[in-house]
Write a protein that binds this ligand. Sequence first.
Ligand SMILES: Cc1c2[nH]c(c1CCC(=O)O)Cc1[nH]c(c(CCC(=O)O)c1C)Cc1[nH]c(c(CCC(=O)O)c1C)Cc1[nH]c(c(CCC(=O)O)c1C)C2
Length: 345
Amino acid sequence: MTKKMNDTILQAYRGKETSYTPAWFMRQAGRSQPEYREIKKKYSLFEITHQPELSAYVTRLPVENYNVDAAILYKDIMTPLPAMGIDVEIKAGIGPVVDNPIRSFQDVEALGTINPNADIPYILDTIRILTEEQLEVPLIGFSGAPFTLASYMIEGGPSKNYHETKKLMYREPETWFLLMDKLADMIITYVEAQVEAGARAIQLFDSWVGSLNAPDYRVFIKPVMTRICSELRKLDVPLIIFGVGARHLLLEWNDLPVDVIGLDWRTSITEARNMGVTKVLQGNLDPVMLLTEWENIEKRTKNILDEGKEQGKHVFNLGHGVTPEIKPETLKKLTNLVHEYSKRS
Ligand SMILES: Cc1c2[nH]c(c1CCC(=O)O)Cc1[nH]c(c(CCC(=O)O)c1C)Cc1[nH]c(c(CCC(=O)O)c1C)Cc1[nH]c(c(CCC(=O)O)c1C)C2
Protein backbone atom coordinates (compact mmCIF):
# COMPACT_ATOMS: atom_id res chain seq x y z
CA MET A 1 0.00 0.00 0.00
CA THR A 2 1.24 3.49 -0.81
CA LYS A 3 2.28 5.41 2.29
CA LYS A 4 1.19 8.96 3.05
CA MET A 5 3.47 11.42 1.28
CA ASN A 6 5.10 14.40 2.98
CA ASP A 7 5.66 16.64 -0.04
CA THR A 8 6.81 19.78 1.80
CA ILE A 9 10.00 19.87 -0.23
CA LEU A 10 8.06 19.90 -3.51
CA GLN A 11 6.04 22.87 -2.28
CA ALA A 12 9.25 24.67 -1.35
CA TYR A 13 10.80 23.85 -4.74
CA ARG A 14 7.73 25.47 -6.29
CA GLY A 15 8.48 28.64 -4.33
CA LYS A 16 5.54 28.20 -1.95
CA GLU A 17 5.66 29.11 1.73
CA THR A 18 6.01 25.95 3.87
CA SER A 19 5.55 25.36 7.62
CA TYR A 20 9.27 24.62 8.03
CA THR A 21 12.39 24.63 5.83
CA PRO A 22 12.84 21.19 4.25
CA ALA A 23 16.30 19.63 4.04
CA TRP A 24 18.27 16.86 2.37
CA PHE A 25 22.01 16.38 1.93
CA MET A 26 23.87 15.83 -1.31
CA ARG A 27 25.52 12.39 -1.27
CA GLN A 28 23.42 11.46 1.75
CA ALA A 29 23.12 7.85 0.59
CA GLY A 30 26.09 5.69 1.42
CA ARG A 31 29.31 7.21 2.49
CA SER A 32 29.23 7.74 6.23
CA GLN A 33 26.65 5.09 7.12
CA PRO A 34 27.80 1.86 8.84
CA GLU A 35 24.95 -0.13 7.23
CA TYR A 36 26.20 0.99 3.82
CA ARG A 37 29.81 0.23 4.61
CA GLU A 38 28.83 -3.34 5.45
CA ILE A 39 27.15 -3.70 2.04
CA LYS A 40 30.16 -2.14 0.33
CA LYS A 41 32.40 -4.90 1.75
CA LYS A 42 30.53 -7.30 -0.54
CA TYR A 43 29.44 -5.23 -3.53
CA SER A 44 30.68 -2.33 -5.68
CA LEU A 45 28.49 0.68 -6.44
CA PHE A 46 27.47 -0.75 -9.82
CA GLU A 47 26.77 -4.16 -8.26
CA ILE A 48 24.47 -2.51 -5.71
CA THR A 49 22.62 -0.46 -8.33
CA HIS A 50 21.98 -3.61 -10.38
CA GLN A 51 20.01 -5.05 -7.42
CA PRO A 52 16.82 -2.99 -7.07
CA GLU A 53 15.84 -4.17 -3.56
CA LEU A 54 19.31 -3.50 -2.19
CA SER A 55 19.58 -0.22 -4.05
CA ALA A 56 16.19 0.89 -2.69
CA TYR A 57 17.38 0.01 0.82
CA VAL A 58 20.52 2.15 0.45
CA THR A 59 18.42 5.03 -0.93
CA ARG A 60 16.02 4.75 2.01
CA LEU A 61 18.66 4.58 4.74
CA PRO A 62 19.25 8.35 5.07
CA VAL A 63 15.51 9.04 5.09
CA GLU A 64 15.07 6.64 7.98
CA ASN A 65 18.27 7.55 9.82
CA TYR A 66 18.43 11.31 9.26
CA ASN A 67 14.75 12.18 8.78
CA VAL A 68 15.50 14.21 5.63
CA ASP A 69 12.65 15.54 3.46
CA ALA A 70 13.70 13.81 0.24
CA ALA A 71 15.47 10.68 -0.92
CA ILE A 72 18.03 10.82 -3.72
CA LEU A 73 18.30 7.73 -5.83
CA TYR A 74 21.44 5.72 -5.08
CA LYS A 75 23.41 5.55 -8.33
CA ASP A 76 26.18 7.64 -9.86
CA ILE A 77 26.26 10.30 -12.56
CA MET A 78 28.21 7.73 -14.62
CA THR A 79 25.38 5.15 -14.49
CA PRO A 80 23.94 5.83 -17.99
CA LEU A 81 27.28 6.05 -19.81
CA PRO A 82 27.92 2.32 -20.48
CA ALA A 83 24.75 2.43 -22.61
CA MET A 84 26.55 4.95 -24.85
CA GLY A 85 29.59 2.69 -25.15
CA ILE A 86 31.74 4.15 -22.37
CA ASP A 87 33.52 1.61 -20.14
CA VAL A 88 33.44 3.08 -16.67
CA GLU A 89 34.46 1.76 -13.30
CA ILE A 90 34.19 3.43 -9.90
CA LYS A 91 37.56 2.98 -8.22
CA ALA A 92 37.83 3.19 -4.44
CA GLY A 93 39.48 6.41 -3.31
CA ILE A 94 39.48 7.85 -6.85
CA GLY A 95 36.01 7.96 -8.35
CA PRO A 96 34.90 7.20 -11.90
CA VAL A 97 37.61 5.92 -14.25
CA VAL A 98 37.02 5.57 -18.00
CA ASP A 99 39.29 3.16 -19.88
CA ASN A 100 38.49 4.43 -23.36
CA PRO A 101 38.42 8.24 -23.06
CA ILE A 102 36.99 10.04 -26.07
CA ARG A 103 39.31 12.44 -27.83
CA SER A 104 38.25 12.66 -31.50
CA PHE A 105 35.28 13.39 -33.76
CA GLN A 106 35.16 9.66 -34.64
CA ASP A 107 35.01 8.73 -30.95
CA VAL A 108 32.02 11.03 -30.49
CA GLU A 109 30.32 9.82 -33.65
CA ALA A 110 30.62 6.24 -32.39
CA LEU A 111 28.71 6.97 -29.14
CA GLY A 112 25.42 5.12 -28.82
CA THR A 113 22.03 6.22 -27.51
CA ILE A 114 20.24 5.11 -24.36
CA ASN A 115 17.12 2.94 -24.26
CA PRO A 116 16.22 3.09 -20.56
CA ASN A 117 13.95 0.00 -20.51
CA ALA A 118 16.64 -2.14 -22.12
CA ASP A 119 19.80 -0.51 -20.75
CA ILE A 120 18.95 0.45 -17.17
CA PRO A 121 15.80 -1.51 -16.20
CA TYR A 122 17.27 -2.00 -12.71
CA ILE A 123 17.28 1.78 -12.10
CA LEU A 124 13.63 2.08 -13.14
CA ASP A 125 12.72 -0.93 -10.97
CA THR A 126 14.45 0.68 -7.98
CA ILE A 127 12.48 3.88 -8.52
CA ARG A 128 9.21 1.94 -8.72
CA ILE A 129 9.91 -0.05 -5.55
CA LEU A 130 10.70 3.15 -3.68
CA THR A 131 7.92 5.36 -4.93
CA GLU A 132 5.10 2.83 -5.17
CA GLU A 133 5.71 1.09 -1.86
CA GLN A 134 8.30 2.47 0.46
CA LEU A 135 8.99 6.18 0.63
CA GLU A 136 7.06 8.77 2.61
CA VAL A 137 9.02 11.63 1.04
CA PRO A 138 9.63 12.48 -2.63
CA LEU A 139 12.38 10.75 -4.56
CA ILE A 140 14.83 13.01 -6.37
CA GLY A 141 16.14 11.57 -9.63
CA PHE A 142 19.20 13.07 -11.25
CA SER A 143 21.62 13.20 -14.12
CA GLY A 144 25.05 14.65 -14.66
CA ALA A 145 24.93 17.69 -16.97
CA PRO A 146 26.86 17.65 -20.28
CA PHE A 147 30.03 19.48 -19.21
CA THR A 148 30.53 17.39 -16.09
CA LEU A 149 29.82 14.09 -17.86
CA ALA A 150 32.05 15.12 -20.78
CA SER A 151 34.87 15.91 -18.35
CA TYR A 152 35.01 12.27 -17.15
CA MET A 153 34.55 10.90 -20.68
CA ILE A 154 37.39 13.01 -22.06
CA GLU A 155 39.83 13.13 -19.11
CA GLY A 156 39.32 9.45 -18.31
CA GLY A 157 38.73 10.21 -14.63
CA PRO A 158 38.61 12.98 -12.02
CA SER A 159 40.62 16.06 -12.96
CA LYS A 160 41.89 19.23 -11.29
CA ASN A 161 41.80 21.62 -14.21
CA TYR A 162 39.96 19.89 -17.08
CA HIS A 163 42.72 20.64 -19.59
CA GLU A 164 41.82 17.88 -22.05
CA THR A 165 38.14 18.77 -21.87
CA LYS A 166 38.68 22.48 -22.45
CA LYS A 167 41.31 21.83 -25.12
CA LEU A 168 38.85 19.75 -27.12
CA MET A 169 36.14 22.38 -26.60
CA TYR A 170 38.35 25.27 -27.80
CA ARG A 171 40.16 23.45 -30.59
CA GLU A 172 37.40 21.31 -32.04
CA PRO A 173 34.07 23.06 -31.56
CA GLU A 174 32.41 20.77 -34.11
CA THR A 175 33.39 17.69 -32.09
CA TRP A 176 32.38 19.45 -28.88
CA PHE A 177 28.92 20.42 -30.08
CA LEU A 178 28.25 16.93 -31.44
CA LEU A 179 29.19 15.54 -28.02
CA MET A 180 26.95 18.08 -26.26
CA ASP A 181 24.05 17.13 -28.54
CA LYS A 182 24.48 13.41 -27.96
CA LEU A 183 24.71 13.92 -24.20
CA ALA A 184 21.63 16.16 -24.28
CA ASP A 185 19.62 13.47 -26.09
CA MET A 186 20.76 10.88 -23.56
CA ILE A 187 20.01 13.13 -20.54
CA ILE A 188 16.51 14.01 -21.77
CA THR A 189 15.58 10.36 -22.41
CA TYR A 190 17.18 9.22 -19.15
CA VAL A 191 15.46 11.84 -16.99
CA GLU A 192 12.09 11.29 -18.70
CA ALA A 193 12.35 7.60 -17.80
CA GLN A 194 13.18 8.41 -14.16
CA VAL A 195 10.17 10.72 -13.88
CA GLU A 196 7.89 8.23 -15.59
CA ALA A 197 9.01 5.59 -13.08
CA GLY A 198 8.18 7.87 -10.14
CA ALA A 199 10.92 10.47 -9.45
CA ARG A 200 9.24 13.67 -8.23
CA ALA A 201 12.08 16.18 -8.70
CA ILE A 202 15.24 16.19 -10.81
CA GLN A 203 18.68 17.57 -10.02
CA LEU A 204 21.17 18.21 -12.81
CA PHE A 205 24.69 17.97 -11.42
CA ASP A 206 27.01 20.29 -13.32
CA SER A 207 29.59 19.97 -10.57
CA TRP A 208 32.63 21.05 -12.57
CA VAL A 209 31.26 23.62 -15.05
CA GLY A 210 32.55 26.44 -12.84
CA SER A 211 35.93 25.86 -14.51
CA LEU A 212 34.57 27.81 -17.50
CA ASN A 213 34.22 31.60 -17.49
CA ALA A 214 30.83 33.15 -18.21
CA PRO A 215 31.49 34.12 -21.88
CA ASP A 216 32.62 30.55 -22.68
CA TYR A 217 29.66 29.15 -20.74
CA ARG A 218 27.35 31.23 -22.94
CA VAL A 219 28.90 29.89 -26.14
CA PHE A 220 29.72 26.26 -25.30
CA ILE A 221 27.19 25.23 -22.64
CA LYS A 222 24.21 27.53 -22.31
CA PRO A 223 22.55 26.52 -25.61
CA VAL A 224 22.64 22.81 -24.74
CA MET A 225 21.48 23.46 -21.16
CA THR A 226 18.62 25.59 -22.49
CA ARG A 227 17.53 22.74 -24.74
CA ILE A 228 17.75 20.13 -21.96
CA CYS A 229 15.97 22.25 -19.35
CA SER A 230 13.22 23.35 -21.77
CA GLU A 231 12.47 19.70 -22.58
CA LEU A 232 12.60 18.57 -18.94
CA ARG A 233 10.37 21.43 -17.80
CA LYS A 234 7.58 19.77 -19.78
CA LEU A 235 7.67 16.89 -17.28
CA ASP A 236 6.24 19.23 -14.67
CA VAL A 237 8.56 18.21 -11.83
CA PRO A 238 10.86 20.75 -10.11
CA LEU A 239 14.22 21.04 -11.83
CA ILE A 240 17.33 21.84 -9.78
CA ILE A 241 20.77 22.79 -11.07
CA PHE A 242 23.94 22.55 -8.99
CA GLY A 243 27.65 23.14 -9.50
CA VAL A 244 30.72 23.86 -7.40
CA GLY A 245 32.59 27.19 -7.62
CA ALA A 246 30.04 28.58 -10.05
CA ARG A 247 29.28 31.97 -8.52
CA HIS A 248 30.20 33.68 -11.81
CA LEU A 249 27.59 31.54 -13.58
CA LEU A 250 24.67 32.10 -11.21
CA LEU A 251 23.00 34.67 -13.44
CA GLU A 252 23.43 32.39 -16.47
CA TRP A 253 21.67 29.63 -14.51
CA ASN A 254 18.99 32.07 -13.42
CA ASP A 255 18.17 32.53 -17.15
CA LEU A 256 17.67 28.78 -17.66
CA PRO A 257 14.17 27.28 -17.39
CA VAL A 258 14.95 25.69 -13.99
CA ASP A 259 13.10 26.03 -10.68
CA VAL A 260 15.94 25.79 -8.18
CA ILE A 261 19.61 26.79 -8.04
CA GLY A 262 21.95 24.92 -5.70
CA LEU A 263 24.60 27.08 -4.05
CA ASP A 264 27.95 25.78 -2.89
CA TRP A 265 29.31 27.12 0.43
CA ARG A 266 31.24 29.96 -1.20
CA THR A 267 28.28 32.16 -2.06
CA SER A 268 25.73 33.06 0.59
CA ILE A 269 21.99 33.19 -0.02
CA THR A 270 22.05 36.96 0.52
CA GLU A 271 24.91 37.45 -1.96
CA ALA A 272 23.10 35.39 -4.56
CA ARG A 273 19.91 37.42 -4.12
CA ASN A 274 21.90 40.69 -4.26
CA MET A 275 23.38 39.52 -7.56
CA GLY A 276 19.85 39.20 -8.92
CA VAL A 277 19.19 35.47 -8.53
CA THR A 278 15.41 35.03 -8.28
CA LYS A 279 14.97 31.23 -8.30
CA VAL A 280 14.43 29.05 -5.23
CA LEU A 281 17.85 28.55 -3.58
CA GLN A 282 19.16 25.26 -2.19
CA GLY A 283 22.12 25.06 0.15
CA ASN A 284 24.67 25.71 1.52
CA LEU A 285 26.47 24.64 4.70
CA ASP A 286 30.15 23.84 4.12
CA PRO A 287 30.29 20.04 4.64
CA VAL A 288 33.64 20.41 6.41
CA MET A 289 31.82 22.38 9.12
CA LEU A 290 30.21 19.04 10.06
CA LEU A 291 33.62 17.81 11.24
CA THR A 292 33.83 20.57 13.86
CA GLU A 293 32.13 21.22 17.22
CA TRP A 294 28.34 21.26 17.33
CA GLU A 295 28.40 24.93 18.47
CA ASN A 296 29.91 25.93 15.11
CA ILE A 297 27.50 23.80 13.17
CA GLU A 298 24.53 25.23 15.03
CA LYS A 299 25.62 28.83 14.57
CA ARG A 300 26.31 28.48 10.84
CA THR A 301 23.12 26.55 10.22
CA LYS A 302 21.01 29.14 12.01
CA ASN A 303 22.70 31.90 9.96
CA ILE A 304 21.81 30.11 6.76
CA LEU A 305 18.22 29.58 7.90
CA ASP A 306 17.92 33.25 8.93
CA GLU A 307 19.15 34.32 5.50
CA GLY A 308 16.75 31.89 3.86
CA LYS A 309 13.86 33.27 5.88
CA GLU A 310 14.78 36.85 5.11
CA GLN A 311 15.40 36.31 1.39
CA GLY A 312 12.65 33.71 0.91
CA LYS A 313 12.42 30.56 -1.23
CA HIS A 314 15.00 28.35 0.49
CA VAL A 315 15.58 24.60 0.83
CA PHE A 316 18.38 23.53 3.18
CA ASN A 317 21.28 21.38 1.95
CA LEU A 318 25.05 21.23 2.19
CA GLY A 319 27.26 23.28 -0.13
CA HIS A 320 28.62 20.00 -1.58
CA GLY A 321 28.40 16.29 -0.79
CA VAL A 322 28.59 14.50 2.56
CA THR A 323 32.13 13.23 3.07
CA PRO A 324 32.80 9.73 4.48
CA GLU A 325 34.19 11.10 7.80
CA ILE A 326 30.94 12.85 8.75
CA LYS A 327 29.14 11.02 11.55
CA PRO A 328 25.55 9.84 11.01
CA GLU A 329 24.56 11.31 14.42
CA THR A 330 25.70 14.74 13.24
CA LEU A 331 23.51 14.57 10.14
CA LYS A 332 20.55 13.45 12.20
CA LYS A 333 21.05 16.32 14.64
CA LEU A 334 21.41 18.73 11.74
CA THR A 335 18.07 17.80 10.14
CA ASN A 336 16.41 18.14 13.51
CA LEU A 337 17.95 21.58 14.03
CA VAL A 338 16.83 22.75 10.58
CA HIS A 339 13.29 21.54 11.15
CA GLU A 340 12.93 22.93 14.68
CA TYR A 341 14.64 26.28 14.13
CA SER A 342 12.80 27.03 10.89
CA LYS A 343 9.28 26.22 12.15
CA ARG A 344 7.02 29.09 11.20
CA SER A 345 5.19 30.50 14.19
C1 LIG B 1 28.38 6.85 -2.80
C2 LIG B 1 29.08 7.21 -4.08
C3 LIG B 1 28.42 7.64 -5.29
N1 LIG B 1 29.40 7.83 -6.24
C4 LIG B 1 30.64 7.55 -5.70
C5 LIG B 1 30.46 7.17 -4.35
C6 LIG B 1 31.56 6.80 -3.36
C7 LIG B 1 32.18 5.50 -3.64
C8 LIG B 1 31.35 4.32 -3.32
O1 LIG B 1 30.76 4.24 -2.21
O2 LIG B 1 31.36 3.42 -4.17
C9 LIG B 1 31.92 7.58 -6.45
C10 LIG B 1 32.18 8.88 -7.12
N2 LIG B 1 31.50 9.37 -8.20
C11 LIG B 1 31.96 10.60 -8.54
C12 LIG B 1 32.98 10.96 -7.64
C13 LIG B 1 33.73 12.29 -7.64
C14 LIG B 1 35.07 12.16 -8.27
C15 LIG B 1 35.72 13.52 -8.54
O3 LIG B 1 36.12 14.18 -7.58
O4 LIG B 1 35.81 13.88 -9.73
C16 LIG B 1 33.14 9.88 -6.75
C17 LIG B 1 34.12 9.77 -5.64
C18 LIG B 1 31.39 11.41 -9.65
C19 LIG B 1 30.17 12.10 -9.21
N3 LIG B 1 29.04 11.46 -8.73
C20 LIG B 1 28.08 12.40 -8.42
C21 LIG B 1 28.60 13.67 -8.77
C22 LIG B 1 27.83 14.95 -8.67
C23 LIG B 1 27.78 15.46 -7.28
C24 LIG B 1 29.09 16.01 -6.74
O5 LIG B 1 29.58 17.00 -7.28
O6 LIG B 1 29.56 15.45 -5.76
C25 LIG B 1 29.89 13.49 -9.25
C26 LIG B 1 30.83 14.57 -9.72
C27 LIG B 1 26.72 12.20 -7.92
C28 LIG B 1 26.42 11.06 -7.06
N4 LIG B 1 27.18 9.94 -6.79
C29 LIG B 1 26.47 9.10 -5.97
C30 LIG B 1 25.19 9.68 -5.75
C31 LIG B 1 24.01 9.01 -5.04
C32 LIG B 1 24.08 9.06 -3.59
C33 LIG B 1 23.70 10.33 -2.91
O7 LIG B 1 23.85 11.45 -3.41
O8 LIG B 1 23.22 10.22 -1.80
C34 LIG B 1 25.17 10.91 -6.41
C35 LIG B 1 24.04 11.94 -6.44
C36 LIG B 1 26.95 7.80 -5.47
